[in-house]
Design a protein around this ligand. Structure first.
Ligand code: PGA
Length: 251
């Protein structure tokens, strides 16, 4: 049984004050909903404050990135050890990290390794660009990213995968439920090749890219999709709570 999961990726939004306000607004509504795991990923600087605010609630905390070294002279970076004290989850390999900060599959691989070592649950993102999608290369790209990101890693128990077509992120142009399901199913097959069918049946795979209360049902009603990674809509209480609620009614 795969427990449905909705993750809110706040990206580089909210000051500490705004983060506090947003969590206070969402907390009650989210706590009323059962049967869905809920994770919010605020910016690094707000993690400690949010951690306090969600004590005793059903909301779990995640970070949006990490650096793979344990500690050292890496000005400006945040290590897995620092995060392990603060949160349960971490997003790795988001397309914005790949696009703007030069993250390659090999860096992603190092980050996954480092996260697992300290017991962080990871949300590994894969997804194709528009040109790749239009050229019919979606399968090749996403399975390739998955293979290289996981290369040499033992079965990662605490891994969640997220399929996020890059052309759908922040554009208001989401994939269709059936197309997303097709690709998620290919990702599951690829995972089975690396870690066996049993494990592939258990790994949760999310869809991400312009998810809102208007389209969440289309995704979570699909057999292979276990929830969503939500960006823009996770910054609005009515949207995020609505997405979690609708998921709980379907799954
Ligand atoms: P979006 O972002 O929901 O704003 O499209 C999704 C993501 O980047 O995870």
């Amino acid at each position: 049984m795969r427990v449905p999961l909705i993750v809110g990726n706040w990206k580089m939004h909210t000051t500490i004050g705004e983060a506090r306000q947003l969590v206070n607004e969402m907390r009650l509504g989210l706590d009323k909903i059962e049967g869905v795991e809920k994770v919010i990923c605020p910016p690094f600087v707000s993690l400690a404050v949010v951690k306090e605010l969600i004590k005793g609630s059903s909301i779990k905390l995640g970070a949006q990135n990490l650096y793979f070294a344990e500690k050292g002279a890496y000005t400006g970076e945040v290590s897995p050890l620092m995060l392990a004290d603060l949160c349960e989850f971490v997003i790795i390999g988001h397309s914005e990290r790949r696009q703007y900060f030069g993250e390659t599959d090999s860096i992603v691989n190092n980050k996954l390794r480092a996260a697992f070592k300290v017991g962080l649950k990871t949300i590994l993102c894969v997804g194709e660009r528009l040109e790749e999608n239009e050229a019919g290369k979606t399968k090749e790209v996403v399975t390739g990213q998955l293979k290289s990101s996981l290369a040499g890693l033992d079965y990662p128990q605490d891994l969640v995968l997220a399929y996020e077509p890059i052309w759908a992120i922040g554009t208001g142009r989401a994939a269709t439920g059936s197309k997303a399901n097709e690709t998620v199913s290919l990702i599951r097959q690829q995972f089975a090749e690396s870690y066996g069918k049993e494990n592939a049946r258990e790994v949760r795979i999310l869809y991400g890219g312009s998810v809102t209360t208007d389209n969440i049902v289309e995704f979570v009603e699909q057999s292979e999709i276990d929830g969503a990674l939500v960006g823009g809509a996770s910054l609005r209480t009515d949207q995020f709570v609505g997405i979690v609620k609708q998921t709980s009614e379907i799954k």
